[in-house]
Design a protein around this ligand. Structure first.
Ligand code: HEM
Length: 389
């Protein structure tokens, strides 16, 4: 049980005895869950912005009823125990992806609470169960789960705020760096060019030229870091449109340069799969990930790009079978200017993450192919932005 769980449990005064009471009443309550579930979706139907979160309409609601019934059964049977923590985070993420706002979440829990409490007073129960006490304990379990769901929202908000903070800081530094470093870099470049001409005229040794080459490469790198930082600042708001994933991947594939020794595979999704995103920006992200994979693999190996969509989001997965990234470096790979390569600016992944963030999506590191390499999963919610009446 995580610290969060322990804290919520303590504040809500949930203990072994209160959970046992709910568990004893569970069989009787579970028999009546159909009514609770169907009432919940009656509430959803009454609010058009809630209904709009189910693009699959009634068919999707029918599937959804099964999820909710399972969720309620597990709440009654296991309370705060079991594999609740990771399951709750996952459920929280699904709702975040589907752009269900906190107000709807709180209201949803309230609809469930109302019906469950009413059940406590109606169903047949063992004689020694105090109905009022049962209702209070059940209500606490609902609040416990509400708190966990809201924690997912809060965490995602914090992550985004931290990233924006960091980008704002980069913004301030970049304009200073741009002003203060471009000039000296230009002077170094010109002077080393003149020096090269003099050395050529006087027939200097190869080592002197090697040093000049090093200076030129370092100037290029410094310049491209500055340009990369400026690009990072100029990411525009995505121009989102409904995009068929098959066509998108096919076009993207045609744009990716072929390279000997490197196998680039596509796993195409079903024809109806779609996403809501800016095709230019997301194309740039995937290009970036493929380029990274190529460079990490030194031009030899396999890269697989796959795509899929579900009712709430589209996903892309870019995997390779290269050397991978050591565990201790994994947390830092999205940090600006962090790079594992001897070349490159260390901004590619920061740029990719910023683009995905501005779509309200997530970019996560995953396992690669055949137990080697790495993978990046891009998840892009179909709905993004606050949902208001
Ligand atoms: C408040 C209590 C709620 C509970 C306990 C609940 C529970 C769940 C569960 C267990 C899932 C499946 C998660 C998964 O795929 O792993 C889910 C998905 C979903 N929920 Fe909720 N939910 C709640 C409120 C809401 C509300 C208020 C809406 C508003 C529209 C909503 C919309 C959705 C949508 C759109 C999905 C994804 C459906 C899909 O993938 O087909 N939920 N919910």
């Amino acid at each position: 049980m995580s610290d969060h769980h322990r804290l919520f449990r303590r504040y809500l005064e949930i203990d072994a005895a209160s959970e046992e009471l709910v568990r004893r009443a569970a069989p009787a309550l579970i028999r009546e869950l159909d009514g609770v579930v169907s009432n919940f979706y009656q509430h959803i139907r009454r609010h058009k912005e809630a209904m709009a979160r189910f693009p699959g309409g009634e068919a999707q609601l029918a599937r959804q009823e099964i999820f909710l019934r399972d969720w309620l059964r597990s709440l009654l049977d296991h309370g705060t125990q079991g594999d609740n923590a990771s399951r709750q985070l996952q459920v929280g993420r699904v709702h975040l992806d589907a752009a269900i706002n906190e107000e709807l979440m709180v209201a949803g829990m309230n609809w469930l609470r109302g019906d469950l409490v009413a059940l406590c007073h109606r169903v047949e129960l063992p004689e020694d169960i105090d109905r009022h006490e049962l209702a209070v304990n059940l209500s606490r379990l609902i609040d416990f789960n509400l708190a966990l769901m809201l924690t997912s929202y809060w965490r995602s908000f914090q992550e985004r705020a931290m990233r924006l903070d960091r980008l704002a800081m980069i913004g301030q530094f970049t304009s200073t760096i741009n002003h203060e470093l471009r000039n000296p870099l230009g002077v170094i470049g010109t002077s080393s060019f003149l020096l090269r001409q003099r050395l050529e005229a006087s027939g200097a040794d190869a080592q002197s030229f090697a040093h000049l080459d090093k200076i030129a490469r370092s100037i290029d790198r410094a310049n491209s870091i500055i340009s990369g930082l400026l690009r990072l600042l100029r990411i525009e708001q995505p121009d989102r449109a409904k995009i068929g994933l098959r066509i998108f991947l096919d076009d993207l594939h045609a744009d990716l340069p072929a390279e000997e020794g490197l196998v680039l595979e596509l796993r195409l999704p079903e024809p109806a799969a779609f996403g809501m995103f800016d095709p230019v920006q997301i194309g740039q992200v995937i290009h970036n990930l493929v380029r990274n994979a190529r460079e990490a693999m030194d031009g030899k190996g396999r890269i697989l790009i796959s795509a899929s969509s579900d009712p709430t989001a589209a996903e892309f997965l870019v995997q390779d079978d290269g050397p991978g990234i050591p565990i201790e470096q994994r947390e830092r790979i999205f940090d600006p200017l962090f790079t594992t390569k001897s070349f490159g600016t260390g901004l590619g992944l920061t740029l990719a993450k910023s683009i995905v963030d501005s779509h309200g999506g997530s970019l996560r590191l995953e396992d690669g192919l055949d137990g080697r390499g790495i993978g990046f999963r891009i998840r892009l919610p179909h709905y993004y932005g606050p949902v208001r009446d």
